[in-house]
Design a protein around this ligand. Sequence first.
Ligand code: HPA
Length: 273
Amino acid sequence: MSGEFERVQAAAAYVKTRISEAPDIAITLGSGLGGFASRVEQAAVVPYGEIPGWPPAGVVGHAGRLVAGRVRGRRVVVLSGRSHFYEGHPMATVVFGTRVVASLGARTLILTNAAGGINTSFSQGGLMVIDDHLNLMGTNPLVGPNDDRFGPRFPDMSEVYSRRLRIVADRAAERIGLALSHGVYVGLHGPSYETPAEIRYLRSIGGDAVGMSTVAEAIAARHMGVEVLGISCITNMAAGVLPAPLDHSEVMATGQRVRGAFIALIEEIVAAA
Ligand code: HPA
């Protein structure tokens, strides 16, 4: 056995000593979307570096801390900062935080990310509910010996993103007067952005948005029986859609620009999830 289960349990046991109540809902924040963490009331903040076994989060725009508390009366745990496969981490590291929050008791996971818009009806700054994904990361977080304590060897992936939660998201958006699109998220290894030819290919196989996260975490969460919702912020149109080159600072700037709408949506979803 890999010992991964024990590492996750040890991290969860430590976090439990730092937070006052078990969370129902976990929320992972994507690049530029960290502002939501400030909305947590009665917040217990645990920097990742203090949690045994927690991988360091490196990228600009990722704070690297776990924040537990209440949002709209719901018990939440927010992961502000995640590990990415493109940083060179093994998949077990990429999904470590997901497994810890599931082990803390969260039965719902809201995964958010910054993504490039492949679907030409999308526009920069729009929000997309992930209906399904294409795992093109080249591997899978469940590769290797299966630990049945996490979940089954061959977990079903026919509804990774909960139909129920997608409806909750639509109703939440309606209540606050926000337009939401839906689509298929393509998860790639990165870290280079895609070529225009790759984007044409991804469009032809059914992709609507593209990014470098979320897919592995969603698979690991489903493996553990957690209900998943995914929300992408279309921070830029994907390569070749518009004449301009892609730039990480644009991704961050768009995240900042839609911050208010994004926070309002996640709060409204949390209240109803
Ligand atoms: N491609 C991949 N990942 C991304 C993009 C993109 O265009 N924008 C934000 N994350």
